[in-house]
Write a protein that binds this ligand. Sequence first.
Ligand code: ADP
Length: 285
Amino acid sequence: MDAEKKVMAVVGVFRDVTQERAEEQQRAEFISTASHEMRTPVAAIEGYLALALNERVAKIDSKARDFLEKAHESTQHLGKLFQDLLTSARAEDGRLVNHPQLVEIGSFLEQMTESLRFAAEKKKLLMEFLVGSNGPASTATGDKVIRPLYYVSVDPDRLREVITNLFDNAVKYTESGKISIGLTGDDKVVQFFVRDTGAGIPPEDVSHLFQKFYRVDSSATRSIGGTGLGLFISRKIIELSKGRIWVESELEKGSTFYINLPRLSSQKAEALKTTEAQVTTPLVT
Ligand code: ADP
């Protein structure tokens, strides 16, 4: 191929890539606008169904209640699907709102464990918070284990979304046993995990799990509702904070979803604390 032809071929490849990106952007924009618009009527339907099911507001017979409960559940699922579609479209075109700030992961996870405990116990699952090399966060005498402070820079709302999603999955795919939220780390990395004693994931599915819309197709999981977007969104969020998310799982034994985030040195954390305090404290003149 002579030089001119080579240049033309390279230009052609660039055009293809640019066009592909533009089309992808258009697709993401369409999904984002459509799901945003559809959330409002779905929320209205959900609200009216909840009113119809409220005994203090409406009188309905048991057959109607049964139908309306099913409709209510499906509407909730639809609402979640639109919300997840919106978030994943935003994650893809870089418009996901992300305001990183200084977060001490130890106390963050401890608080989250407490707020999620109720949902686990409702399904008769134990809930625990582990620190260090799998030790419990408090001793038999009730004393708290002293742990290092693990500072990271992350958007707390986004991280809450990820942990809640991993926890919801753990509850959904576990029939008995326990859910553990754990934390460890070294100088450079903070590592935390959500572990369950549930169904586990077939080895051939593990590498696809964080892809969009991927759901394991087994008789055990088919009957459980889901959008297949939660782990995709979680991966996008963790990548925004320069972290990594992965899973280790054994069928019928359970799964552990790990997250690594870069750990901030205590000097950097102190410096950030000062800057954040200056930003949030109004100037007195
Ligand atoms: P979904 O809304 O389907 O739960 P996710 O993206 O959160 O979507 O998860 C994708 C799939 O990964 C699920 O459909 C399920 O098959 C599998 N999965 C996720 N978490 C677990 C878990 N803790 N135990 C077993 N399977 C899981």
